[in-house]
Design a protein around this ligand. Structure first.
Ligand code: FES
Ligand code: FES
Length: 211
């Protein structure tokens, strides 16, 4: 049989070649490339401000901001719900913006100013948003509440700054704080207890006082 290279190829050669190919799947696993073994964690130093205090940590670079706050700084007010960016329980304020702390690495925030629920107020001096949540019963079990409160404070700042949302109808004037706006902007904060209507009342009251 003629081949492109001019070499003779007979029926026997074809059978031998096919046999060699069929043997490939049963080669010992050591014949295949092995995955790189996991080495020692890469540690790095990080410094940021948390609730007005400079904190310095040496962390595995894979540590999320949420785990840095909870496991390393013992600020357990910030909750871990889904750990996948879907519930908002881990919301904290970083340099004025609300973020899901489970979705970001601590080492991505050198010198940032981070505010958690512990930095807003305490039992004797509640932040106005905390007081409004209490007054309007904006929670039941309270697990989502730290995230709801941090998120709603930053959310009102966004409205004051004139940042429109998906439901803002007039993009030329100031953004109004309406139930529709609050629902849309707080849609990343899930409450399994369903305290939504009371949360909206609390946020609306604080927004009214800020106006
Ligand atoms: Fe971060 Fe759910 S724990 S979004
Ligand atoms: Fe229970 Fe929101 S108050 S999950």
């Amino acid at each position: 049989m003629p081949t492109p290279g001019g070499f003779p190829l007979n029926r026997r050669d074809l059978v031998v070649g096919a046999g060699a190919c069929s043997a490939l799947p049963v080669l010992p696993t050591s014949a295949y490339p092995q995955s790189t073994p996991v080495g020692q964690p890469v540690m790095t130093e990080i410094s940021f401000g948390v609730n007005g205090r400079t904190r310095e940590l040496t962390l595995d670079t894979r540590t999320t901001l949420l785990d840095a706050l909870r496991q390393h700084l013992h600020l357990t007010g910030t909750k871990k719900g889904c750990d996948h960016g879907q519930c908002g329980a881990c919301t904290v304020i970083v340099d004025g913006h609300r973020i899901n702390s489970c979705l970001t690495l601590a080492v991505m925030h050198p010198n940032a100013n981070i505010t958690t629920i512990e930095g807003l107020g305490d039992v004797d001096r509640l932040h106005p948003m905390q007081a409004a949540f209490v007054e309007h019963d904006g929670f039941q079990c309270g697990y989502c509440t730290p995230g709801q409160i941090c998120s709603s404070i930053a959310m009102l700042d966004e409205i004051e700054a004139g940042i429109p949302s998906h439901v803002t109808s007039d993009l030329t004037g100031p953004v109004e704080v309406s139930g529709v706006e609050i629902r849309e902007r707080m849609s990343g904060n899930i409450c399994r207890c369903g305290a939504y209507s009371n949360i909206i009342e609390a946020v609306t009251e604080v927004a009214g006082r800020r106006a």
